[in-house]
Design a binder for this molecule. Sequence first.
Ligand code: NAD
Ligand code: AHE
Ligand code: ZN
Ligand code: ZN
Length: 369
Amino acid sequence: MKTRAAVAFEAKKPLEIVEVDLEGPRAGEVLVEVKATGICHTDYYTLSGADSEGLFPSILGHEGAGVVMEVGPGVTTLKPGDHVIPLYTPECRECDYCLSRKTNLCQKIRLTQGRGVMPDGTSRFSHKGKPLYHYMGTSTFSNHIVVPEIALAKIRSDAPFDKVCYIGCGVTTGIGAVIWTAKVEAGATVVVFGLGGIGLNVIQGARMVGASQIVGVDINPGKVPLATKFGMTHFVNPKDVQGDIVAHLVELTGGGADYSFDCTGNVKVMRQALECAHKGWGQSIIIGVAAAGEEIMTRPFQLVTGRVWKGTAFGGARGRTDVPKIVDWYMDGRVNIDDLITHKLPLERINEGFELMHEGKSIRSVVEF
Ligand code: NAD
Ligand code: AHE
Ligand code: ZN
Ligand code: ZN
């Protein structure tokens, strides 16, 4: 079939809206009509050329929601008409990783996903007879996609696509990092670095579990009103701090944060996040994605004295199990998504969404097909 997509033909170049060819689903695969997709900083990062797994030409996008149109042979859990959220972290429920119960990082199709192809090693997308790469197994910047069955979460049919698409990455990553990765408890002190589409969801998660102090750190003071609305109790702009930001945060939190989160992707900030965690027990969670070649650094003494450095992908969520629950939380009014979607754009204007993010003017831009 033919469909419309925003194609990344080259790194650092604007996406081009073109008609592409899409082959139908093979065994274990599903054809989905994407109704809406968010633009995450990770799409920006890959388009910038800094992603060691970045492939071109490709169709980016990993924060979508849509409707099943057709299923391939052997698909048993989905049928045409089902509403779904594509998962860049699938959940096969049978690989060693899934069965370990210790991680959400299902590895069943990770190798081919990283190579921009379907599990059988081929692409379903092409343009003018030449294959286009898939991205993160999702490619939600296309109006239609083919995705493995294990990479689709079935969701309730009354949830609005233009809101719940954000659960495909940002909402789940931020809230999940708090409740599943860090397991923040009521009364805890939390410091969040980076108040963008992920950091605000960390703040939202910290408020949900009853954290007593939620400190937001950002170099853009324009983020303060929304962060405050979502539960931030204190704001720190590193540019306004005289002296050492870590010492400032340790003092503000009365000895250090019980939990800190990096939502910037900046390795210097990751170090600050670790070192502002409380001696003896503070945990620091890396969410931000750093460019290829970057490395994190600290004195081992920071860990010897009890701080714990962790990372999280997709907030530790097991997609097919946990994503439908988060959709329910949104529909029940327990999770606020509407206020974080600051811009809605048609596909033709998707590049404006990237510019808004770069300029710090948006939290989430959502593209509707
Ligand atoms: P965003 O652009 O919306 O937000 C980033 C925020 O960080 C902005 O508010 C910016 O002003 C702030 N910031 C930048 N430099 C800073 C500094 N030195 N100190 C303090 N604040 C600073 O991006 P986003 O969509 O929220 O994504 C955040 C990061 O999380 C990105 O690196 C993205 O790739 C990553 N991410 C990771 C996962 C995962 O599963 N681990 C999932 C989604 C996104
Ligand atoms: N390809 C990148 C890694 C990017 C990365 O860490 N991605 C996160 C999700 S970011 C969503 O916005 C992730 O899920 N990581 C686990 C995995 O298996 O990719 C690089 O730097 O090579
Ligand atoms: Zn993302
Ligand atoms: Zn698995």
